[in-house]
Ligand binder design. Structure first.
Ligand code: ADE
Length: 254
């Protein structure tokens, strides 16, 4: 059976998955990461906390592929909204990913990964379709039961939806309206911004391993992003990640 590599940037996102693995899980410590190997919903999985940022996520993705022979890699986490129509509580499933802070001009065009000759890395089409369907079902069927109406109202999560498209990544937490608007202007196709996905997608491209990235929108990447992010992380995020991945693992057929 194939092995699904599951990466998350934050502990709250994988805690429920680790519980689902139960006592049969075996933990391997490599490069200061704990790789938890076990079964969830009948699927062989390796679950690992990648930590934050492109280097941390890339190093972890390489280990998943080289040491654990992951046949696909799924990254779950939070993101700040960039596109105007993307709201807190929505889910974004990547179709393609780009590193917004990569700039080797004048040697190479802005955003292009030197010597790879490309700026965008595609998520696997089938993984993206399945993650999108699972996220949609999660929002409709599970979220209302898992997160109280009061908490959803506090965060303005009224009718959350799933978006599919471009996710941008960079080694900075975007927390100013001017920073967010600069991204929106330079990269008008960007739906949301985070700090790892495009780096993992590049690693997966280089190793020929299918990759999927699913992000829950925790903030608007503006001056209240830090407050919104932390509150969302502790009160809502873990439900989204675990709920979407639970559905994904139940439906995935390799
Ligand atoms: N992840 C969640 N929110 C983010 C933001 N505003 N900037 C970068 N990464 C994020």
């Amino acid at each position: 059976m194939s092995t699904i590599g599951i990466l998350a940037a934050l502990h709250d996102e994988i805690a429920t998955l680790l519980t689902a693995m139960g006592s049969g899980a075996v933990t391997h410590r490599i490069g200061q990461r704990d790789y938890h190997v076990g079964e969830i919903s009948g699927q062989n999985c390796v679950v690992v906390l990648a930590r934050i940022g492109k280097v941390a996520a890339s190093a972890t993705a390489v280990t998943l592929i080289r040491e654990f022979n992951a046949s696909c890699v799924i990254f779950t986490g939070l993101a700040g909204a960039v596109a105007e129509h993307v709201r807190i509580g929505d889910v974004v499933v990547a179709q393609s990913l780009l590193q917004h802070d990569l700039d080797a001009r004048p040697l190479f065009p802005r955003y292009e990964v030197p010597l790879l000759g490309r700026s965008y890395f595609d998520a696997d089409v089938q993984l993206a379709a399945l993650l999108g369907a699972c996220a949609k079902d999660y929002l409709q069927e599970d979220l209302p039961a898992q997160v109280s109406c009061e908490i959803r109202t506090v965060f303005g999560v009224i009718s959350p939806v799933v978006h599919c498209g471009t996710i941008i990544s960079g080694d900075s937490f975007v927390s100013s309206t001017s920073g967010m608007e600069a991204l929106r202007t330079c990269l008008p196709d960007a739906l949301c911004v985070e700090m790892e996905g495009a780096a993992v997608a590049q690693v997966c491209f280089e190793y020929g391993v299918p990759c999927g990235v699913v992000r829950t929108v925790s903030d608007r990447a503006d001056c209240s992003a830090g407050i919104d992010f932390n509150a969302f992380l502790t009160q809502v995020a873990s439900f989204y990640s675990a709920g979407i991945l639970r559905r994904f693992l139940m439906s995935y057929s390799g």
